[in-house]
Write a protein of this length. Structure first.
Lengths: 370, 131
């Protein structure tokens, strides 16, 4: 094992299951189990898969100033967030660039939980500290004392409800609920990163093995980061560090609906307002390979022989049985159905701009816009 | 079937060669290789008529996570390509020595096979991690 990698509370469990381990954002994580990425991907689309996502940052903010601090740094209208609700949102820099994409949960009137990318946890903490008012809220990093398990798939909610508490069945999408199990506090949220319905569970680290084992006993399939990536890509979900970073803003990334420009004030608002008025010069598109090759992160996107963009994410998509990808191209070249080429290790291979998400668990209604 | 059949010869790059009486040989990748790669989703093989050179790149094999090079275990002319792998590359994972065969070549020089390993030597090379 390379020195210095962090281990989640489920590390030994992954080794016992013969997982292939890889370094990811400073953590030693399972990329797949012996069943393989495609089988794990299919398990999530057809039944229930479980993922150890304990590497992600879990930051709790408490106190009367918590709401206003979050309202300042997030693109969501935080005061209007009801207790027991989460929202996908952005932390932006002053120039509108994305510092991280997160989920914020309101657990109580003065208690919030911010889930951020593992690779961005330090940056998010520093940013929150930087913007704290003179009488700051309390910031508690809950990451290393807790386990986070994502339970995803058509039967995932039933599995978790059956295991933890029947009241969880009432959770709306992005709803969250705290419950006491055997004297310990668990948070369950109806969220996920796969395009399937499901729950994410946050519990004290000492419960990690018992939760994982009970979920497996109920038929859940352990899944690694490999399947997590193919699932989220099919669902059109962006990955920070590939599809978004500090050089991109939410409007270019096609995620304007998660930025509340009607909010009076938040960091990055002014630049985004201007960008919104002028229009974006480039857009994150989804594309499907026409030629028989797999697009990968970093490959050039070509138009009339010239590079016009770069593949930000790309992979074989097991559910679609196609090769798909995302990348930024000039707005003029981003129309649905447009032909582009991807430079696959020296060969230009034809691709077509398609609608995202590439896969949807409910068939899209005609009136729903991209 | 054994993970490393004794009637095959092996290269250090994890390809196998099955020499037949008629001066041709079949090429594929080993159990160890398919296991390391994970789910194979695409294979790029040389066309019929192409010349391949021992230990030089002859194609590419892609898994979900990565692209790897395929090296020819022996020199020769490609006579036949397993077209079935285009639509069912997973055959390489499931049956690397049977349905997962990749190309048949007319061997240029049968003497080249002395540079390959037998099953025992290949397994020894894999060491305790190979199984």
């Amino acid at each position: 094992m390379p020195p210095g990698l962090k281990r989640t509370p489920l590390y030994t469990t992954h080794l016992n299951l013969n997982a292939k381990m890889v370094p990811f954002a400073g953590w030693d994580m399972p990329v797949s189990y012996p069943s393989g990425i495609i089988a794990e991907h299919r398990a999530v689309r057809s039944s229930t898969g479980i993922f150890d996502v304990s590497h992600m940052g879990r930051l709790e903010l408490r106190g009367s100033a918590a709401c206003s601090l979050l309202d300042k740094v997030l693109t969501v209208d935080t005061p209007r967030l009801p207790v027991g609700r989460g929202r996908y949102t952005f932390v932006l820099r002053e120039d509108g660039g994305i510092l991280d994409d997160c989920i914020v949960y309101k657990l109580g009137p003065e208690r919030f939980l911010l889930i951020c990318n593992a690779s961005r946890r330090d940056d998010v903490v520093n940013w929150l500290v930087q913007w704290m008012p003179p009488e700051p809220p309390k910031l508690i990093d809950r990451t290393e004392g807790t386990v986070m398990i994502a339970c995803q798939g058509p039967t995932a909610r039933d599995t978790v409800v059956g295991l933890l508490d029947s009241d969880l069945d009432n959770l709306m999408p992005f709803g969250c609920s705290e419950l006491d199990v055997a004297g310990k506090r668990i948070l369950a949220a109806r969220t996920g990163y796969t395009g399937e319905d499901g729950m994410e569970i946050i519990a004290p680290a000492e419960m990690s093995n018992i939760l994982w084992e009970r979920l497996r006993e109920k038929g859940a399939t352990p899944c690694g980061l490999g399947a997590r990536d193919t699932l989220r890509l099919e669902a059109g979900l962006r990955l920070y560090g590939q599809d978004m970073d500090t050089s991109t803003n939410p409007l270019e990334a096609g995620l304007a609906r998660f930025v509340d420009l009607s909010k009076a004030s938040f960091i990055g608002r002014d630049v985004l307002l201007m960008t919104n008025e002028r229009g974006v010069t480039r857009k994150l598109i989804g594309f499907e390979m026409v030629g028989h090759s797999i697009p990968r992160h970093g490959y050039a996107i070509l138009h009339e022989g010239q590079q016009v963009g770069t593949v930000s994410s790309g992979s074989y998509a097991p559910t679609l049985n196609k090769n798909i990808g995302m990348g930024y191209v000039p707005t003029a070249l981003s129309a649905l159905g447009a032909t582009l080429f991807v430079d696959v290790r020296g060969r230009p291979v034809e691709a077509m701009v398609v609608r995202m998400p590439f896969y949807s668990r409910t068939p899209p209604v005609a009136s729903v816009r991209r | 079937m054994s993970l490393y059949p004794t009637d095959l010869q092996y290269s250090k790059e994890h390809e196998w060669l099955r020499v037949t009486n008629d001066g041709t040989a079949i090429v594929g990748i080993t159990h160890y290789a398919q296991q390391q790669l994970g789910d194979i989703v695409y294979i790029d093989l040389p066309p019929v008529g192409a010349t391949v050179e021992q230990f030089k790149k002859m194609g590419e094999i892609e898994s979900v996570k990565a692209v790897s090079e395929l090296f020819a275990p022996a020199s020769g002319e490609v006579l036949e390509v397993n077209e079935g792998l285009l639509n069912a590359p997973e055959a390489v994972n499931k049956d690397p020595y049977g349905k997962g065969w990749m190309v048949r070549v007319r061997l240029k020089d049968k003497g080249e096979t002395t540079r390959l390993l037998d099953a025992q030597a290949y397994q020894a090379m894999l060491g305790p991690t190979g199984h």
